[in-house]
Design a protein. Structure first.
Length: 131
């Protein structure tokens, strides 16, 4: 039987795979824009990328709730990565469907790549430290 919690349960696998994908989505275009590598990955449509960010933010906050009684630094790191990632994905979609009346411009360029890499690394580490 597959466990939802714990090391290498469903939550752990989801964190590991999504974390590795986020690192690749952020790192390859960043290295290409800096001229370090000669290839890049094709662009992901904005709506799909926002959905990926929402899922990553939810997983980061879910991982943080599992450490609330330990009060570890990883809990705060997961919260610090999860909240901005969730906001970057959620607010533009809520605005697009008319649920809220304001929008934040999608952060672009190096800032988005660095934030995506940071969230991916934290997600990947959360997968390995799951209890």
């Amino acid at each position: 039987m597959v466990s939802v919690h714990g090391r290498f349960g469903i939550r752990s696998w989801a964190s590991m795979l999504l974390g590795a994908a986020l690192v690749a989505i952020g790192l390859i275009p960043l290295l290409f824009s800096l001229g370090s590598i000669g290839f890049t990955i094709p662009g992901i449509p904005a709506f799909i990328f926002r959905i990926i960010l929402i899922v990553a933010g939810i997983l980061l906050l879910w991982d943080a709730t599992h450490e609330i009684y330990q009060q570890s630094a990883w809990m705060w790191l997961s919260i610090a990565a999860g909240v901005p990632i969730l906001i970057l994905g959620l607010i533009p979609i809520l605005n697009m469907y008319g649920i809220i009346g304001f929008n934040i411009e999608f952060v672009g360029g190096i800032i988005l790549h660095i934030l995506t890499i940071f969230a991916g690394v934290v997600l990947f580490i959360d997968a390995w430290k799951a209890e």
